[in-house]
Design a protein around this ligand. Structure first.
Ligand code: CO8
Length: 260
């Protein structure tokens, strides 16, 4: 299988850039998620790496989120394995010891937004065509508690309530306003700004920063760790329901119709 993620570690500054390269929309399939977690693990163990930037090699799209085809018309066994890969991605990234920055150079719905939210800092392309958010309810599905927690920890209770119930996708400017992203820059500067920003984070004493990060995030991570199996069971029984499969089917049809 060919690689869906390109990793480039600059040994002069310790900054690794992970570029998603899973055309057409960088959907997070089981293969993609597995490759992502392996790469992240390798970089965490690599002493020469000090921070990681996540970005996209595809034009206009950071990531379309979880691959709907892994959840639509697949077996309960497949759904379970897929969900475990989503959990493992989140556990690794949200609890990551090193500095992570999302360089969001395109659309970032659902799982794409989740991945960006797991980073320490988010820089987004200043382009009204790009939007970001947890839009799960629009697909007739429910973002699980740890997706909710990740958003809640970033934008607060009221915004999370509105955001999740309505399944809101925020345009870049709105995302900045509610604190879903930290900074907007012209598209051509997203990656260079991420590198510069990572430099300023690297200037902070690493051990103190790392403990501070863990202090903020560990309770949230521990909540899923304590409920991993139950969360998988829950997902499988929910996603394989006829009514939910029907919703996903309708959503997929609408995606294709939009194009025609
Ligand atoms: N999974 C699988 N296929 C996808 C996905 C996806 N997430 N997104 C797009 N595609 C497919 C499209 O169907 C289309 O296929 P085809 O070529 O066969 O028609 C192809 O990719 C290209 O898509 P578009 O033509 O729409 O490309 P555009 O460049 O016009 O738009 C977007 C790109 C903005 C990314 C657009 O495709 C889009 O909005 N996609 C949907 C994104 C979305 O809603 N993702 C949600 C996924 S669910 C999730 O991440 C969390 C689930 C939590 C589960 C909780 C359950 C309990």
């Amino acid at each position: 299988t060919s690689s869906k993620i390109k990793v480039d570690l600059d040994n002069s500054n310790g900054i690794a850039v992970m570029k998603f390269d899973n055309p057409p929309v960088n959907s997070m399939s089981l293969d993609f998620l597995t490759e992502f977690s392996i790469n992240l693990e390798k970089l965490e163990l690599d002493k020469s790496c000090r921070g990681v930037i996540l970005t996209s090699a595809q034009p206009r799209i950071f990531s379309a989120g979880l691959d709907i085809m892994d959840m639509y018309g697949t077996s309960p066994e497949h759904c379970g394995a897929f969900w475990k890969a989503v959990q493992d991605m989140w556990l690794k990234l949200y609890g990551y010891s090193k500095i992570t920055i999302a360089a969001i150079n395109g659309a970032s719905p659902a799982g794409g937004c989740l991945m960006a939210l797991c980073c320490d800092y988010r820089i987004m392309a200043d382009d009204p065509r790009y939007s970001i958010g947890l839009n799960e309810t629009q697909l007739g599905i429910v973002a699980p508690f740890w997706f909710k927690d990740t958003l809640l920890n970033t934008v607060g209770h009221r915004t999370t309530e509105l955001s999740l119930q309505m399944g809101i996708m925020y345009h870049a400017h709105e995302a900045l306003k509610i604190g879903l992203v930290d900074q907007l820059v012209p598209e051509g500067k997203v990656l260079s700004t991420a590198v510069e920003t990572l430099g300023t984070w690297l200037a902070v004493p690493g051990h103190a920063r790392e403990i501070s990060k863990s202090m903020m995030r560990k309770p949230t991570v521990d909540k899923l760790l304590a409920n991993k199996e139950a969360d998988i069971k829950n997902f499988v029984s929910f996603i394989t329901k006829d009514s939910i499969q029907k919703s996903l089917g309708m959503y997929l049809a609408a995606l294709k119709k939009k194009k025609a």
